[in-house]
Design a protein around this ligand. Structure first.
Ligand code: BES
Ligand code: MN
Ligand code: ZN
Length: 488
């Protein structure tokens, strides 16, 4: 969707969208239009009992005394920034049923104008690549949005970093939607290499190099796949030279069949989403580059496919991680932690980051605990965890603090190796056991945050700015965190 900002005025023709506060109040231009139409807006609101509640909408067709096709009223409730974004998202999602390709929005406040357009970008996202039937291909989408506002230049300035975020989120969503027969580990790595025009440095580390580095845990996961296990390092050098970077690590299991500990079909058929962490990291790096964030940031993606085969690792195999610690693989479906542990060691030893964030669709147990709109956060650094939590609240990406500790560590005791990869007690604290496993790989108290996004990376229903399907959860939150805590 093309977005532009113009000076505040009423259009003569076409479709116009207006925001309405939770008390049913129209903005100045809305009141002007209401007078022009001899009260058509207020009458329509009354008839339809439209109160301006957040996320509600009302379409008024061909209002008399104007040449407008439609006026669309969008409820904003308390009119927080997130409410305004949601109004934009609702409008973009209604475009199909209203046959709306072009819309004019009047929103006096320039900050709100920018966030409205951002919400519309996020809400209007669709993945239509594989629809070839005309009827589906021809579904109407919003193509052009003009937001009329008091200070168009200021709105545009506010919109630029938001556009960078929307572009990153769209990339993340595309990656997560892409099925695993197309987005293989190799295709994913190749795609990362096309990101250099953003100013990013991209390096692909192949499995030979990984073997030389001693990454036995991650390589074990990919052993059964016909595709190569790969690691991708994406660098954004926006900070002072020599400044210690922040690092983002992503679980990139392009498909998680469970391996020989095979998943039942009902839980396997969504497992193309298991690269959601890596997808978010790739998108985030694009966002940081596109908005020229003044920070040195590193994205590390662990790309691997978890498949059963005669080559696959077996339950009871012992692998040696890059850290030197050994792991007894008692369940090949607890593979995410085997990927992340080597990424953690590699990142710490190679880049000495000042803080490290990993994102992973790690455990089904986090969905049981927190549902599908909150991610679990685990950390060795309370202050950093609090900052992440706060950033999440402001961005509409909620996270909830979960525990680490010795009681979970005890569940990882192995009869043969330094630890096992799943807990000894079935169904006991699964998300914390997984996080505790990762904690075993943190060196020198490096500030570390683990986000378990198993419940939030993919949605089974619509939210205004997170349409059904891949969400890109975590990108907004981390982008804000970078801006507020780590930029020069
Ligand atoms: N990728 C899954 C976790 C998952 C579940 C992600 C649902 C998204 C939606 C992960 O690799 C997994 O299989 N975890 C197991 C761990 C268990 C075997 C210890 C789980 O959660 O059941
Ligand atoms: Mn698994
Ligand atoms: Zn998995």
């Amino acid at each position: 969707m093309k977005v532009s900002f113009s000076e505040l005025s009423l259009p003569q023709t076409g479709s116009l969208a207006l925001c309405v506060g939770g008390d049913g109040s129209l903005c100045a231009l809305g009141a002007q239009l209401d007078a022009l139409t001899q009260g058509a807006l207020t009458r329509a609101m009354k008839v339809e009992k439209f109160s301006g509640e957040a996320q509600s909408w009302l379409s008024i067709v061909a209002p008399a005394h104007t040449d407008l096709d439609r006026v669309i009223l969008l409820g904003t409730g308390e009119a927080s920034i997130l409410d305004i974004e949601n109004a934009g998202g609702v409008l973009a999602q209604k475009a199909e049923s209203l046959a709306l390709r072009e819309v004019f929005v009047a929103l006096a406040d320039s900050e709100q104008a920018a966030h409205f357009a951002y919400g519309a970008q996020l809400g209007g996202y669709r993945f239509d690549k594989y629809r070839t039937l005309e009827a589906l291909k021809a579904r109407c989408v919003l193509e052009t949005m003009t937001v009329a506002t008091t200070d168009a230049e200021k709105a545009l300035q506010a919109y630029m970093p938001l556009d960078a975020s929307a572009v990153g989120i769209a990339l993340t969503r595309d990656l997560v939607w892409e099925p695993a027969n197309v987005l293989t580990t190799e295709a994913f790595a190749e795609l990362c290499q096309t990101l250099t025009p953003y100013g990013l440095e991209v390096e692909v580390i192949d499995s030979k190099q990984m073997a030389a580095l001693g990454m036995g845990a991650m390589l074990g996961v990919g052993q059964g796949s016909m595709y190569e296990t790969l690691m991708v390092v994406i660098k954004h050098n926006g900070g002072a030279q020599g400044q210690s970077p922040i690092a983002f690590l992503g679980k990139g299991v392009v498909f998680d069949s469970g391996g020989l500990s095979l998943k039942p079909n009902s839980s396997m058929n969504t497992m193309k989403e298991d690269m959601g962490g890596a997808g978010t990291v790739a998108g985030l790096m694009v966002t940081l580059a596109k908005r020229q964030a003044k920070v040195n940031a590193i994205g590390v993606l662990g790309l691997v496919e978890n498949m059963p085969s005669d080559k696959a690792q077996r339950p009871s195999d012992v692998v040696t991680t890059m850290s030197g610690q050994t792991v007894e693989v008692m369940n090949t479906d607890a593979e995410g932690r085997l990927v992340l542990c080597d990424l953690l060691t590699y990142t710490q030893r190679t880049f000495k980051p000042r803080a490290m964030f990993d994102l992973a669709t790690l455990t089904g147990a986090i969905i049981t605990a927190l549902g599908d709109e909150m991610s679990g956060i685990f950390s060795n650094h309370d202050e950093l965890a609090a900052q992440v939590t706060r950033a999440g609240e402001l961005e509409g990406e909620l996270v909830w603090k979960m525990p680490l500790g010795d009681s979970f560590k005890r569940l990882l005791k192995s009869e043969i190796a330094d630890m096992r990869n799943n807990g000894t007690k079935l169904g006991v604290g699964g998300s914390s056991v997984a996080a505790q496993f990762l904690h075993n790989f943190i060196e020198n108290d490096t500030p570390w945050v683990h986000l378990d996004i198993a419940g939030t990376a993919w949605r089974s229903d619509n939210l205004p700015t997170k349409p059904k399907g891949a969400t890109g959860f975590g990108l907004r939150l981390l982008d804000r965190l970078v801006k507020e805590q780590f930029e020069d």
